[in-house]
Design a protein around this ligand. Structure first.
Ligand code: THU
Length: 132
């Protein structure tokens, strides 16, 4: 299995564990970090709806908990032909990614689209005071 396939399988497996009894919309995510490791996550909903977390957030937490801080690629999977990270998750990806970070969108059969972070979030919030 090449790294691309491994990323897909990891996200798909994580999706199977998604806890989505309220939306019935299961999502999986897998990050390829600079070290070549893969970190996955799934959405975890809550009876108090705003407390729910996205799959991407889970994958980011798993990466950071393992001491890594750079996202090379991230793959998102759901049972739809076009799943994209929400705005909140794009900001989370931007914290640990860069303009070239690849975002793959996949369904249960294949990868359908490939973007760069800069395509989906051309600008993001930073705490910098002097922007060039
Ligand atoms: N969701 C994700 O996990 N990732 C996305 O990119 C979009 C939405 C989740 C949140 C919620 O549990 C469900 O999908 C429906 O919005």
């Amino acid at each position: 299995m090449n790294i691309y396939e491994k990323l897909y399988v990891a996200a798909k497996q994580a999706r199977e564990n998604a806890y989505a009894p309220y939306s019935d919309f299961k999502v999986g995510a897998a990050i390829l970090s600079d070290s070549g490791q893969i970190y996955s996550g799934c959405n975890v909903e809550n009876a108090s709806y705003p407390c729910g977390t996205c799959a991407e957030a889970g994958a980011v937490s798993a990466m950071v908990a393992n001491g890594e801080t750079h996202i090379r690629e991230i793959l998102i999977i759901a049972d739809t032909n076009r799943i994209l990270p929400c705005g909140n998750c794009l900001q989370k990806i931007a914290e640990f990614g860069d303009r070239e970070t690849i975002i793959y969108s996949a369904d249960l059969h294949q990868i359908n689209q490939e973007y760069r972070l800069s395509d989906l979030l051309p600008q993001n919030f930073t705490l910098e005071k002097d922007h060039v």
